[in-house]
Design a protein around this ligand. Structure first.
Ligand code: 5AD
Ligand code: SF4
Length: 476
C-alpha cells in the first residue's frame, strides 16, 4: 500500500493530544503515516479546542491559512475534529468550503470509514453524532503507535465526557456524558506503552475522582494501585481532580503508591463562595482549604497547582480579592489563570453582569504577578537539593537565561516528581556527547530557580541510582 502523509495540528488540552494519537493509530491501516511537514500532507487534520474563544479563533485562522495548500494540491483532504467540530458542525463548512470532513468528539472510531468514503467519492461529510464509542476502538487504543522516536511520557485517557456542568464550561456539551473505560483495557494500554519505551503515564479525565462510579468499576485509587503494579513504569500522574470529589483514599494513595508523583492539580476557579455558587462548582472556599490542609498534612512536600478564572460574570472587586487571598493562603506551586470567556451553550454566557475586557485584563495581570512570587518562592526552595528527573527530551530553550546568548551546548529537559521543569546541560567531560538521555532518570543538583523552570547539574545517572546494567555512571 502507498504510504500517505498525515499532518495533525493539535490545539488545546492533553485530552486532545491523546485523541490525536488515536487518530494517527486508527488511520495507520489506511496507509497514513504522521509527518511533521505540512507541505507533504495528503491528509491534514485539525484537532480543535472550544474551551475559550481564543482557542476557537486559532482553529479558523489555521483553516484560513491552509486554503492555499488545497488549491495547489486538490487531492488534499482536510478534516476538522474535536470540540469545535462538535459544537459548530456544518457551520464550519459554510465558513471554510475547502474543508472536506467535520468529525465530532465521538466520531474518531468512525474515521477510517469516513476518510475512505472521501477518498473514493470526493464528497464532504459532517459526522457529529454523539454515539457510543464502538468496542473495536478499544483494541486500537490498547496498542501503542509505531514511532521512529519513542516517547518517555504519555497520556492515557481513562474516562471521557463530564457530568458536572460548571456554568462557564463547554465540555459537557461537546464531549457528552461521563463514561469510564474498563480498568483491564487501561492496564493493557499502559503495559503496551511501557513496552514501547514510555516510563511515565498521565491518566486523564475531566474528573478522575469519579472514575468508575457510574459503571460500578474499580474506584480511582484502586485503578491507580493496578497501574502502580506495572513493571517498568517509573511514574504515574493524573489530571484533573474536582475538589468536591477528592477522597481520603486518593490522599492516602500518594503515600501508598511508590510510582504516584507527589503532585496534584486541583482547580479552584475562584476564591469567592458567591462566585463558586454561580459557577456551580458544588464546594466552598472553606471546603477547598480543608482539602488542601489534609493533602499537606498527609503528603509532605506535595506540589499543588490550580486553575483560576478571572472576571466571571458578576465578579466584584471583593470577590476577586477573595481569590487573591486564597492564592496567598494556599501558596500554590503554579497556576493556570484564564480570563472568563463566553461559550455557546454554557449557561454563564447568558448571565448579564459581564466584566469589561479591560478590567478582566487588569485582574488577570494582578493575579499572575502575585502567583509569580509564589511560583518563584517554591522553585527557590529547591535550590541546593537533589532531584530525580525523568528526561523528556532536548530543551526547547535556545537562549541562555543568564547571558542571553544562543545556547552552544546540548541541553536536556525533564521534570521532578512534583512536576517542575528542570533543564541541564550535557557536559562533555562527564557525559559523552552522543549519549541519549531521553527517557533516562538523572539525579540533578538544583542550582538556580527561575519563575517557570529550574536549572541544575547532573550528579548521578540512572545506572547507579537503580543498579541497572550497561549504563555509564559518574559522580559530580
Ligand atoms: N472561560 C475561561 N476559562 C475557562 N475554563 C473552562 N471554561 C472556561 C471559560 N469559559 C478554564 C477552567 C478549566 C480550564 C481547563 O479552563 O479554569 O479548569
Ligand atoms: Fe468543565 Fe466543570 Fe466538567 Fe471541568 S468539571 S470539564 S470545568 S464542566
Amino acid at each position: 500500500m502507498k504510504t500517505k502523509c498525515l499532518y495533525i495540528n493539535t490545539i488545546g488540552c492533553q485530552m486532545n493530544v491523546y485523541d490525536s494519537e488515536q487518530i494517527a493509530k486508527i488511520l495507520t491501516p489506511l496507509g497514513y503515516k504522521m509527518n511533521s511537514s505540512i507541505e507533504f500532507a495528503d491528509l491534514i487534520i485539525v484537532n480543535t479546542c472550544a474551551i475559550r474563544e481564543k482557542a476557537e479563533q486559532k482553529v479558523f485562522s489555521f483553516l484560513g491559512r491552509i486554503a492555499g495548500l488545497k488549491r495547489k494540491k486538490p487531492g488534499l483532504i482536510i478534516g476538522v475534529g474535536g470540540c469545535v467540530a462538535q459544537q459548530e458542525g456544518e457551520r464550519i463548512l459554510e465558513r471554510m468550503p475547502h474543508v472536506d470532513l467535520i468529525f465530532g468528539t465521538h466520531a474518531i472510531c468512525r474515521l477510517p470509514y469516513l476518510i475512505q468514503k472521501i477518498e473514493a467519492e470526493r464528497c464532504s461529510i459532517v459526522d457529529v453524532e454523539m454515539s457510543e464509542i464502538i468496542e473495536e476502538f478499544e483494541s486500537v487504543i490498547e496498542s501503542p503507535l509505531d514511532r521512529t522516536d519513542p516517547k518517555a511520557t504519555s497520556f492515557v485517557t481513562i474516562m471521557r465526557g463530564c457530568d458536572n456542568f460548571c456554568t462557564y464550561c463547554v465540555v459537557p456539551h461537546v464531549r457528552g456524558r461521563e463514561t469510564s473505560r474498563l480498568p483491564e483495557s487501561i492496564v493493557k494500554e499502559v503495559k503496551g506503552l511501557v513496552k514501547s519505551g514510555v516510563r511515565e503515564v498521565t491518566l486523564l479525565g475531566q474528573n478522575v475522582n469519579s472514575y468508575g462510579k457510574k459503571e460500578k468499576l474499580t474506584s480511582f485509587p484502586q485503578l491507580l494501585a493496578l497501574v502502580n503494579e506495572i513493571d517498568g513504569l517509573f511514574r504515574i500522574r493524573f489530571t484533573t481532580s474536582h475538589p468536591k470529589d477528592l477522597s481520603d483514599d486518593l490522599i492516602s494513595a500518594f503515600n501508598d503508591l511508590d510510582k504516584l508523583c507527589n503532585h496534584i492539580h486541583l482547580p479552584v476557579q475562584s476564591g469567592s463562595n458567591r462566585i463558586l455558587k454561580r459557577m456551580n462548582r458544588k464546594y466552598t472556599r472553606e471546603l477547598y482549604l480543608e482539602k488542601i490542609e489534609k493533602l499537606r498534612n498527609n503528603c509532605p512536600g506535595i506540589a499543588i497547582t490550580s486553575d483560576i478564572i478571572v472576571g466571571f460574570p458578576g465578579e466584584t472587586i471583593v470577590d476577586f480579592e477573595e481569590t487573591l487571598d486564597l492564592i496567598k493562603q494556599v501558596e500554590f506551586d503554579g497556576i493556570f489563570a484564564f480570563k472568563y470567556s463566553d461559550r455557546p451553550n454554557a449557561p454563564a454566557a447568558r448571565f448579564t453582569d459581564k466584566i469589561t475586557e479591560q478590567e478582566n485584563k487588569e485582574r488577570l495581570q494582578i493575579l499572575l504577578d502575585l502567583q509569580e512570587y509564589f511560583t518563584t518562592k517554591k522553585n527557590s526552595e529547591l535550590v541546593g537539593s537533589n532531584e530525580l528527573i525523568l528526561v523528556e527530551g532536548l530543551s526547547k530553550k535556545k537562549v541562555d537565561s543568564d547571558t542571553q546568548r544562543k545556547c552552544q551546548y546540548i541541553q536536556w529537559s525533564g521534570r521532578t516528581a512534583t512536576n517542575k521543569v528542570v533543564n541541564f546541560i550535557q557536559l562533555e567531560d562527564t557525559i559523552p556527547r552522543d549519549k541519549i538521555l531521553k527517557g533516562k532518570i538523572v539525579n540533578v543538583k538544583i542550582e538556580k530557580a527561575y519563575s517557570h523552570s529550574l536549572w541544575g547539574k547532573p550528579v548521578q545517572m540512572e545506572a547507579t541510582l537503580f543498579a541497572s546494567e550497561g549504563e555509564q555512571s559518574y559522580a559530580a
